[in-house]
Design a protein around this ligand. Structure first.
Ligand SMILES: [Zn+2]
Length: 280
């Protein structure tokens, strides 16, 4: 049997409807999601994948509305495909995560719009699709330095990027940016505070929609992430040396990492970092 090529690995999409005007676009053999939201006038694509070059054509099979595009954060599996589009809404702080793009498996300078327009947005901004208004909420730095949450109150949908998901949230320097100091206490406090911001909207959220490992997920995960931070500080969160993640186990950093759990919430973090604040 022939080996699959890079486009088949990173650019094979399947999709299904979450409601009458919202698509989940799933790729990476089921582990990763993008989202397509239709309003009366326009559609919004949340995230652009790895840059395989075939996403726009796929999305245009799902919708014929004029397409807007946004990034949950500036990591390569969410933003490398931006150059397929003329303009993209992203965080004002995207440049802090720009070095992470070094891990892209494709030559993204060959995409149709390598110098696409970056429209920087943040809390207080909305994207209006016609009868469907998406609120943008800046997350404090936790998983990334450039996370935007998207809240669609009209459809009860909250898009949480990589900051909350069912399997594990990566909480270590993945930004490849040596000028940034990774302060574990600040990151954990931000993880909790961002979760409290989501909980404040709880009554309006029907679907919590992360980008990895299954969606939608129950709001109970948000409670457990708050518990995880509290129980790291109180010294009774569960620390496991075995990562159980074949891809990250290949990373040069892997021997320094551990998994920390509380309830259903789980993070990957440098063990030295977590021991620094554990049971303080
Ligand atoms: Zn990420």
């Amino acid at each position: 049997m022939e080996k699959p090529d890079l486009t088949q690995i990173f650019g094979t999409y399947v999709s299904w409807k979450l409601d009458s005007a919202t698509w989940i676009i799933n790729f990476m053999n089921g582990s990763q999601n993008m989202y397509l939201l239709e309003g009366e006038d326009k559609a919004l694509l949340i995230d652009t994948g790895w840059g395989a070059g075939n996403l726009k054509a796929y999305v245009q099979k799902l919708t014929d509305k004029p397409l807007l595009v946004a990034n949950t954060h500036y990591h390569p599996d969410h933003a490398a495909g931006n150059g397929e589009f003329k303009s993209v809404y992203l965080s004002k702080t995207y440049a802090l995560d720009e070095a992470s793009m070094a891990g892209v498996p494709f030559d993204i300078t060959k995409l149709p719009h390598p110098d696409y327009e970056k429209i920087c947005v943040g809390s207080g901004d909305f994207i209006d699709l016609g009868g469907r208004r998406i609120e943008i909420i800046e997350a404090r730095p936790a998983h990334s330095n450039s996370t935007l949450f998207f809240f669609d109150e009209s459809h009860g949908m909250f898009f949480s990027g990589d900051d909350y998901e069912s399997t594990q949230v990566l909480m270590y320097t993945g930004d490849n940016n040596p000028s940034l100091k990774f302060d574990i206490r600040e990151r954990l406090d931000n993880l909790k505070q961002n979760a409290l911001d989501i909980l404040a909207r709880k009554d309006s959220i029907r679907y919590l929609l992360p980008n990895h490992n299954g969606a939608p997920i129950a709001m109970d995960y948000i409670d457990d992430f708050i518990g995880l931070v509290d129980h790291i500080y109180s010294g009774d969160a569960v620390i496991e040396d075995k990562l159980n993640h074949p891809f990250i186990e290949q990373d040069a950093l892997a021997p320094q990492l551990c998994r920390v759990r509380w309830g259903m919430a789980s993070i990957f973090v440098k063990k030295a970092d977590v021991l620094d604040v554990y049971g303080e």
